[in-house]
Design a protein around this ligand. Sequence first.
Ligand code: ADP
Ligand code: ADP
Length: 227
Amino acid sequence: MIQVTDLKKNYGNLQVLKGITTQVAEREVVCVIGPSGSGKSTFLRCLNQLEEMSGGRIVIDGHDLSDPKVDINKVREEVGMVFQRFNLFPHKTVLENVTLAPIKVKKMPVEEAREQGMALLKKVGLEDKADVYPERLSGGQMQRVAIARALAMNPKVMLFDEPTSALDPELVGEVLAVMKNLASEGMTMIVVTHEMGFAREVSDRVIFMDQGVIMEEGTPAEILTDP
Ligand code: ADP
Ligand code: ADP
């Protein structure tokens, strides 16, 4: 599904990614761990082209992102992303947040987008919040809406950048539960996280990054010590 070959990213003289090579198979769940500043977030941002790579190659679902003929916006539609902070549209209801991109970008008929949106809100346990504005939600609920919103574009892979780091501890579990469900449904996922329990329990593979390189990569049992 995803092949990354010798991916490099510089900010000026700062080499943030120094040659990342890895693959992610369809239906695989990969957790990326490592100290702050090791380039985990930059890696995800290169994958969905929020950042332009400085070198190397990324192929997603057969589309080479360096190929000038590739429509980056189309590839981006296949890559859903959930950030540490929820960045929902504050002046749109929960349902409108989830239907906006399908209607505007995919030209999905409004009724169909609403039906799909309600189904997605049900999936994340928030159908009763459809008409509420984001400010009325807890952080955990906002993050579940953010997941539903990303899923509304029917992505082939979902990227999560520390999706629970900004949450109060008691709200972390509800978001991880939604992610675990997605994984069990066969969604291909790359998750940057400090939640070692989640990595151990849900991921097929763990990538340990430090200082812009992959230091270790393997099954959770190989990479993670016992709790
Ligand atoms: P992590 O997600 O592992 O904490 P990041 O990918 O956020 O690491 O950051 C890696 C390094 O790149 C850090 O030193 C950070 O300060 C730097 N960095 C990230 N984004 C930028 C940017 N837009 N401009 C300059 N430096 C950046
Ligand atoms: P996080 O660690 O949660 O990824 P950061 O505080 O490192 O958050 O980064 C927040 C934003 O600031 C990101 O968009 C990142 O690209 C940017 N950024 C981080 N470090 C730098 C930097 N040294 N110079 C410019 N932008 C940066």
